[in-house]
Design a protein around this ligand. Structure first.
Ligand code: NAP
Ligand code: HSE
Length: 449
């Protein structure tokens, strides 16, 4: 029999995403009713500060509270939507909601990356939904795609731009010449950044999301804290400009791929979050502003590319709403996409040092005979083959009178191991050949996911 009774929500958080969700459920009420046959009613909204001015009017009949028990102990509430952020408070809130028999929807990737195992196990034990479409790539439906649409594939790899704030900052620096700090402030004002923006700019938010995607793709646990992560704080306008000369854009890329077969066959997972040079002809290079994108490689479907708004009130609210609607429709519970009766097995982690890539390396060298020969020698000693170089013949003020000038020297390598590159850079840094520590970034290779 079709259930036409209202689905009652308690929403924890009335900030950027909470306001977006309320607006969507209010403005799209007729569409939602047509799709699910049920009204979605917001009964209670939990906030910290009851006196704060809100961006969105309170829905009719709803009340604001600062007491979590008003959501958790209310038998009328079927679904608790967690949009407060952080880790400890929402972990407790979600666990209590599940224990009270309420479905949960959250946008909280930090929490699920850190405590997903216990919360998914609890939801499974209780037979309840724990929806998290909004936790990866905002409005882009990548969770649903991996969990449902590509379920008949073996995923070979995935890569993506998973953090809107970083992508916005790099785009603004690249296209409008903005300073890093100015672009970050603007991202915060637009509601893209986390409450602690270090998570965005140091790559940790992208790492949280990558850990969730790895779990969805392969059903294994790659602890977030073990992911190699490098953020964008070191990316300067000079590197953006040199990369451009080679035909590349610098993007914060998260990637993961199978090495040696599927986890069931003993295969491992190579994964990393790092600033990466992406050739301007690749779709990934054209992902601008706060947009996100993910490329998924399935052994049956081939390559698919998802692209859309990765942050902000309405895009993220749209993803939250999709989970709420699945609950309203009484969709079968399928939180992780895997029928594991136990916690996911640990991923076999392929050390980052073993990964192979092309590299961009920028050095500041003395423009005198023999220097380039010595640099090339150190690279050759570490099995690094040079593909292209740029040396800028700049008039230089920082060399002492009569000394040879210090000039930027940029190398693009052929594929090399991370270990070889790090060793060569350590040797170069310790030598008198360089005037400042070298800068290096991976270069995205078209052939590999
Ligand atoms: P936000 O704008 O800072 O809003 C947080 C809301 O939660 C505020 O209404 C705040 O109350 C409330 N809150 C915080 N701590 C609370 C506590 N201890 N008890 C009760 N209420 C509390 O955050 P947001 O940007 O909406 O992000 C919310 C979640 O969505 C985070 O997990 C974030 O990672 C995730 N997310 C955000 C985006 C985005 O684009 N912003 C995208 C995807 C996922 P007051 O208003 O009274 O301070
Ligand atoms: N701070 C996050 C970002 C929000 O910039 O991508 C979306 O998860």
């Amino acid at each position: 029999m079709v259930d036409s009774s209202p689905l009652v929500l308690g929403i924890a958080g009335f900030g950027t995403v909470g306001s977006g969700l309320v607006r969507i459920l209010t403005e799209n009420r007729a569409e939602i009713l047509a799709r699910t046959g049920r009204d979605i009613v917001i009964k209670t909204i939990l906030v910290r500060d009851l006196a704060k001015k809100r961006a969105q009017a309170l829905p009719e009949g709803a009340f604001l509270t600062a007491n979590p028990d008003d959501l958790l102990l209310d038998p009328d509430i079927h679904v608790v939507v967690e949009l407060i952020g952080g880790v400890d408070k929402p972990r407790e809130l979600i666990a209590r909601a599940l224990r009270a028999g309420k479905h949960v929807v959250t946008a909280n990737k930090a929490l699920l990356a850190e405590s997903g195992n216990e919360l998914f196990a609890l939801a499974r034990e209780k037979g309840l939904h724990l929806g998290y479409e909004a936790s990866v790539c905002g409005g882009v439906p990548v969770v649903q795609t991996l969990r449902e649409s590509l379920a008949g594939n073996r995923l070979d790899g995935l890569m993506g731009i998973l953090n809107g704030t970083s992508n916005y900052i790099l785009s603004e620096m690249s296209t409008r010449g903005l300073d890093f700090d100015v672009a970050l402030k603007s991202a915060q004002e637009l509601g893209y950044a986390e409450a602690d923006p270090t998570l965005d700019i140091e790559g940790f938010d992208a790492a949280h999301k990558l850990a969730l995607l790895i779990r969805l793709a392969w059903g294994v646990d790659y602890p977030y804290a073990k992911l190699p992560v490098r953020g964008i704080t070191g990316v300067c306008r000079e590197d953006i400009a040199f990369a451009r000369e080679f035909g590349y854009r610098i993007k914060l890329v998260a990637h993961a791929r199978l090495v040696g077969g599927s986890p069931a066959e003993g295969g491992g997972i190579e994964a990393e979050v790092c600033p990466t040079l992406v050739h301007r002809t690749f779709l990934m290079a054209r992902v601008g502003g706060a947009y996100n994108a993910v490329r998924l490689e399935g052994n049956a479907v081939g390559s698919i590319f998802l692209h859309g708004k990765g942050a902000g009130d309405l895009p993220t609210g749209s993803a939250v709403a999709s989970d709420v609607l699945a609950i309203a429709r009484k969709a079968a519970v399928n939180n992780t996409g895997f029928a594991l009766p136990h916690l996911p097995v640990p991923a076999r982690i392929i050390p980052q040092s073993e990964s192979r890539s092309r590299y961009y390396i920028r050095m500041k060298v003395t423009d005198k005979p023999g220097v380039l020969r010595d640099i090339a020698g150190i690279m050759a000693d570490n099995d690094i083959s040079i593909a292209q170089v740029i040396q800028k013949d700049l008039a230089n003020g920082n060399a002492a009178q009569g000394d040879a000038p210090h000039v930027p020297f940029i190398v693009m390598t052929h594929e090399a191991t991370a270990q070889g590159v790090h060793k060569a850079l350590r040797t170069l840094s310790a030598s008198p050949l360089l005037h400042e520590p070298p800068v290096h970034y991976r270069v995205m290779d078209k052939k590999k996911p």
